[in-house]
Design a protein around this ligand. Structure first.
Ligand SMILES: [Zn+2]
Length: 650
């Protein structure tokens, strides 16, 4: 592992205790045969999302209908993304729960979708005269991902074949029109708006890279890999060669020519699949360098990024300075970062990616869940309303943006678009399920010579040992509130294998024992190698001391770019540190970032929270803080909340 790129990590306050000499896990792999029963922090979100979103037949039918109606024709929008995005999340959730009722709904909507494929093979919400413009290819990317995800869980042989054929024909319709051969549209021209400007450097179109590689893997048909090679080697020039920029490793992602956070990370998800498929060390290195740079320069305390609207902006440093275009930290960004971290954890074995995954899960992600069914139709911007159509309040299971500095939840509905019945949906609601569909898989991963526990999710995990014996790991804990994790082993016979544990970088002092006998803890990952048998118990104690976090000084002025929406140009500007910058503090307890909430200051009824801490900022008056995911739950001013607090009164 090239450690050069992690030299800047202290720009990110959450990772301040991370150590260059930490141990990495090796040979991490998801355990596809494992039976998972998560009963900790993941349980309620899984039930909520499966029950209230993924099993909603009417919602699926509405998404499919958009293809029939070609409803994005008039304004070239992105209703096309909803079905594929939600199907991907649904397939991930199904991979955890194996719930028959959910499977039945997914099979039904997959069959329904197959009825809206056009004669040329495309699934598109655009009429032919506007196809391959603006968000058309982006939507086609998600349909392809959704089809491939359903294909991976489909149990009906005939349907499985039909789905793959549909995916192939759908991709062929893209290959027919897009590419560098004469008469075809280069990828960067698939995004042009009327005046000829590009939106986000066409990164949205470029991100079709990931499903093209996955389709190649599913079919073995070389034309998809050739198209992927075209995107990587030529297509990326349109957005300023972001892949080469990552490989060169001189700039942070927020310094690239285009900085739309979610689209950019999506392109690198594709580059990783491409690199692994063709065995390219260069592109694998580029993805790893990109991931570390992003972790250092842009991930906020909540584990999201893009505090200036939805654009990367060096937020690890300037997250205490008010953004200049909305509250940012889009849920699409949080979820895509979680998925990317999970992928990077497997690839590199670096436990820092496990740290980052849980940081986002427990802070940005759980905080975005709309358990109370708050509806804010007034958030739909005027430009997205349809004249003469009344907006009908619609339930979205995920909020889109999270403030860091005194604000409310529910300030906007990312990517919200209306349907013909006046209801609406949004990008973040459609993508959300992916996050919770990944988390339980990270609890017990396969690793070199055994297993690695990377997420301390209470629950029961059943699988087979390297020698093929049945084994059950029961994780008993109230982490991330409590500091103690017990792992019980039940094993058929006795067997020697390795079991490693992720030691979070913030956990400086730790205790570890097996059957009561203390063991040394190493930073990063601690490996326990022994002859295991039923009844063995591992006890891990983590460092839950409250820590005050200060902002990172600028050190130098920050050159950033900002979008001019009228022309979609990115223009650079210099950001200087203000005197107020360093006058902020935030609090971390374990992986939980704490917040003040207006309800606590009023001292009325008890505020439900996972974790509650009282601090004395001026040495006298108490200030009660709660975990930030529990803060702001009313989505109104009465629960306005803040992660960063001013240390001087203005
Ligand atoms: Zn979104």
């Amino acid at each position: 592992m090239d450690r050069k790129q992690i030299s800047h990590r202290n720009e990110n306050p959450y990772l301040r205790h991370s150590r260059a000499d930490r141990l990495f896990a090796s040979g991490l792999k998801p355990d596809l045969e494992q039976s998972l029963s998560p009963r900790g922090m993941c349980e309620r979100p899984l039930d909520f999302i499966a029950g209230e979103q993924l099993c909603d037949r009417e919602l699926w039918a509405k998404f499919v209908e958009q293809y029939r109606l070609k409803s994005d024709t008039a304004k070239q929008e992105w209703r096309s993304e909803y079905w594929g995005k939600m199907m991907r999340g649904a397939a991930f959730v199904y991979s955890v729960t194996q719930d028959e009722a959910l499977y039945a709904v997914l099979e039904e909507t997959a069959r329904d979708l197959l009825t809206v494929q056009d004669a040329d093979g495309a699934f598109t919400t655009y009429e032919p005269e506007v196809q391959f413009r603006k968000w058309d290819l982006w939507g086609r990317k998600y349909i392809l991902l959704g089809l491939l995800c359903f294909h991976s869980i489909c149990r009906d042989g005939a349907l499985k074949e039909e789905v793959l054929t549909a995916a192939r024909r759908h991709a062929d319709a893209v290959l027919e029109r897009v590419g560098n051969e004469e008469g075809k549209l280069p990828i960067e021209q698939t995004i042009n708006v009327d005046q000829g400007q590009m939106v986000h450097g066409a990164m949205n179109s470029l991100s079709i890279l990931e499903p093209m590689v996955l389709l190649y893997r599913a079919t073995g048909e070389k034309r998809y890999l050739d198209f992927a090679a075209y995107l990587v080697e030529t297509g990326a020039r349109g957005c300023g060669n972001i892949f080469e920029l990552a490989y060169a490793d001189r700039l942070a992602p927020y310094q690239y020519p285009y900085t739309k956070a979610y689209e950019m990370i999506s392109c690198f998800e594709g580059l990783l699949e491409y690199a692994l498929t063709v065995g390219s060390e260069k592109w694998k290195t580029a993805v790893i360098r990109f991931a570390y740079r992003l972790m250092e320069s842009d991930i906020t305390l909540l584990g999201s990024a893009g505090t200036t609207h939805e654009f990367l902006d060096h937020a690890s440093v300037h997250q205490v300075d008010a953004g200049d275009g909305g509250v940012g930290q889009e849920t699409c960004v949080s979820v895509t970062w979680m998925k990317f971290c999970a992928r990077m954890l497997l690839l590199t074995g670096d436990p820092l990616f496990g740290d980052c995954f849980e940081q986002t899960l427990y802070n940005a992600y759980l905080g975005a869940l709309n358990y109370d069914h708050v509806c804010r139709p007034e958030c739909i911007q005027a430009g997205f309303r349809i004249p003469g159509l009344e907006t009908v309040p619609s339930f979205l299971p995920f909020d889109s943006y999270t403030p860091l500095l005194g604000g409310t939840r529910g300030q906007g509905i990312g990517g919200s678009l209306l349907f013909s019945d006046g209801t609406y949906y949004g990008c973040c609601a459609a993508i959300g399920a992916v996050g919770i569909g990944i988390a339980p898989h990270l609890a017990v991963l396969r690793a070199k010579d055994g297993f690695s526990v990377q997420l301390y999710e209470q629950g029961v995990y059943k699988t087979k040992t390297p020698a093929g014996n049945a084994v059950t790991f029961s994780i008993e804990t109230d982490y991330p509130v409590g500091d103690a994790v017990r792992i019980r082993v039940e094993l058929q016979g006795e067997e020697r294998f390795a079991l490693s544990l992720r030691i979070p970088s913030w956990s400086v002092e730790n205790r570890l024992a097996v059957n009561g006998r203390p063991l040394a803890v190493t930073p990063g990952v601690t490996v326990i190698r022994r002859q295991w048998q039923t009844g063995d118990v591992i006890e891990l104690g983590l460092d839950m001391r409250l820590e005050a976090l200060r902002p990172t000084p600028f050190e130098r002025d920050v050159l950033r770019s900002r979008i001019i929406w009228r022309t979609c140009d990115m223009v650079p500007f210099l950001m200087e540190e203000t005197p107020e910058h360093m006058e902020h503090v935030a609090f971390r307890r374990g992986p939980l970032i704490l917040a003040r909430d207006a309800r606590l200051q009023k001292g009325e009824e008890p505020v439900p929270a996972l974790c509650r801490v009282t601090v004395f900022p001026d040495g006298e008056r108490p200030l009660t803080l709660i975990d930030c995911a529990s803060a702001g739950r009313t989505w109104q001013e009465d629960s306005a909340f803040s992660i960063w607090m001013r240390t001087k009164t203005q």
